[in-house]
Write a protein that binds this ligand. Structure first.
Ligand code: ZN
Length: 396
C-alpha cells in the first residue's frame, strides 16, 4: 500500500468567538476532506515537545517516528535548517542569540529580545575567516541559525552562551571539546568570527539607538549533519518530499527522502498548491511508496492571528485535494502541531488526524471535535507511522 502523507502545518486550532465558537477547520467548507472523513477514520495526535510550545522541527521528526531527543537533533542543526540554511555534510551548524555585551560581561542574553535584527544579520552573513564562510540567517527575533562552511571543521566545540543562573556573566571563549586539530581549529575560527562580528555590530547605527545593543552573538548546540537511520532503512519505503520552505526540505533530506521541486512552491498562502499536489500524485503513481507533502501557510496565517485567512486557505486546500479523490491507497492528512489564531502562536491543542484507505468509522466531517470521536483515538505523534500508517493491525 502506498501513502500520501499531507502535513498542513499548524492545522489544529481552538474555538474562535467570531466563528460562533468553531475552529477555522470546522468553519471552513471542506467537502472533499469531509468525504474522506466519511470514507476513512479520524483521531487526534498528541504533540511532542520539550520547551514551552511545540516547534515545527520537533513535530515533523516526531510525525516520522524519530524522537527528536533520542536522535540528538540538537539546536544547532535544527535552528540552522529552520532558518533556511542548507546545511551540508562537513558544515558545523550552530544556534545563536543576539546578546548585549559590555566590557566583556553579558548584560542581557537576548539583547532586550530584539524584534528585527535583519539589518544586523546582513552585516555579518557571509563573513569569511581564514577560508571558512559563515552563513547567518534569522531564526526569529533574537535568534539566528549559523552554519560554518569550510574544510576540516568539527562540531566538538563548547557553547559561548553562559546560560542561565550559573553565576556566570563573563563571556566564554569557545573551547574544543575533543583533543584533535579539527576541534581546536573550529573553536579558533569561531572565536575570531565572534570578535569580528562584535566589532561590526558595536558600530552599527541600529545599535546606537538601543538601550540594549545587539552587539554580540552567544552560540550553542554546535552540530554536524545528524546521521539518522533513513526512511528506507527504517521502514523499507521509498520516500519523496514535496515542500516549499527550506526547513521542510531539510527534514526530508535528513531522513533520506528525495526532494521533488515544484515551481512556485514557497510556503506562502499564494503557493502553487495545485503544482505540489500534482507532483505528489505523479510521484506516488511512479515508483515512490510514500510522499510527504508539506503546506505551510495554515500555520503562518494563524501566527498572524488571521483566522479568516486560515479558514479560506483551508478551503482552497480542500478544492485542490480533489486531485486525490480517485486515489485508492492510503492518504493521511494531519499536522506537526496546532497553531492558535487567538494566541498568534503554536499551541498545545491536540492535532487533527485523518486516515483514508484503511477502513472507516462513524465520523462525518474533518474537524477537531469530530476527530475526538474518531476510532483511531489519541495517539502519541511518534507512534503514528508505526501504529497506524505502516501497521497491518488497522482494520481494512
Ligand atoms: Zn509547524
Amino acid at each position: 500500500m502506498k501513502t500520501i502523507f499531507i502535513v498542513l502545518d499548524g492545522l489544529g486550532d481552538e474555538e474562535i468567538p467570531a466563528f460562533k465558537n468553531k475552529t477555522p477547520l470546522e468553519k471552513a467548507k471542506t467537502p472533499n476532506l469531509d468525504n474522506w472523513a466519511k470514507e476513512g477514520r479520524l483521531g487526534l495526535l498528541l504533540p511532542v515537545f520539550k520547551g514551552s510550545l511545540p516547534t515545527s522541527e520537533e513535530g515533523h521528526f516526531s510525525l516520522f517516528g524519530y524522537d527528536p531527543e533520542k536522535y540528538g537533533l540538537s539546536r544547532g542543526i535544527v535552528t540552522a535548517a529552520g532558518a533556511g540554511i542548507d546545511v551540508e555534510r562537513g558544515d558545523v551548524a550552530i544556534r545563536g542569540n543576539f546578546a548585549t555585551v559590555k566590557n566583556g560581561e553579558v548584560v542581557d542574553r537576548r539583547a532586550g529580545r530584539i524584534k528585527d535584527p535583519g539589518e544586523l544579520i546582513k552585516e555579518i552573513d557571509g563573513l569569511e575567516i581564514d577560508g571558512v564562510s559563515f552563513s547567518v540567517k534569522s531564526a526569529k527575533e533574537h535568534r539566528v541559525g549559523i552554519a560554518m562552511k569550510g574544510e576540516g571543521l568539527s562540531a566538538q566545540i563548547s557553547d559561548g552562551d553562559p546560560h542561565y543562573g550559573e553565576g556566570e556573566s563573563g563571556l566564554k571563549k569557545i573551547e574544543p571539546l575533543k583533543d584533535d586539530k579539527e576541534a581546536a581549529y573550529t573553536a579558533e575560527i569561531l572565536n575570531k568570527f565572534l570578535e569580528k562580528s562584535h566589532r561590526i555590530l558595536k558600530k552599527h547605527p541600529l545599535n546606537k539607538k538601543r538601550d540594549l545593543p545587539a552587539n554580540y552573538i552567544l552560540t550553542r548546540g554546535a552540530s554536524g549533519v545528524v546521521d539518522l537511520p533513513g526512511f528506507k532503512e527504517r521502514y523499507d519505503k521509498k520516500a519523496a518530499c514535496v515542500a516549499g520552505k527550506v526547513l521542510y526540505k531539510q527534514v526530508g533530506k535528513l531522513l533520506g527522502m528525495d526532494i521533488l521541486e515544484v515551481e512556485g512552491a514557497n510556503g506562502l498562502p499564494t503557493t502553487n498548491l495545485e503544482g505540489k499536489f500534482q507532483k505528489a500524485r505523479e510521484a506516488i503513481l511512479s515508483n515512490y511508496d510514500f510522499v510527504f507533502v508539506h503546506v505551510k501557510a495554515t500555520d503562518s496565517l494563524a501566527e498572524d492571528g488571521d483566522f479568516w485567512g486560515k479558514m479560506e486557505f483551508i478551503e482552497e486546500i480542500d478544492r485542490q485535494l480533489a486531485i486525490f479523490n480517485e486515489f485508492t491507497d492510503q492518504i493521511i492528512v494531519t499536522a506537526d502541531h496546532s497553531t492558535c489564531c487567538l494566541m498568534k502562536s503554536h499551541c498545545h491543542e491536540k492535532i487533527p488526524l485523518l486516515v483514508r484507505g484503511r477502513g472507516s468509522d462513524k465520523t462525518r466531517y474533518f474537524s477537531e471535535k469530530e476527530c475526538a470521536k474518531g476510532s483511531l483515538g489519541k495517539i502519541d505523534q511518534r507512534n503514528l507511522l508505526k501504529k497506524i500508517v505502516f501497521s497491518d493491525d488497522v482494520c481494512q
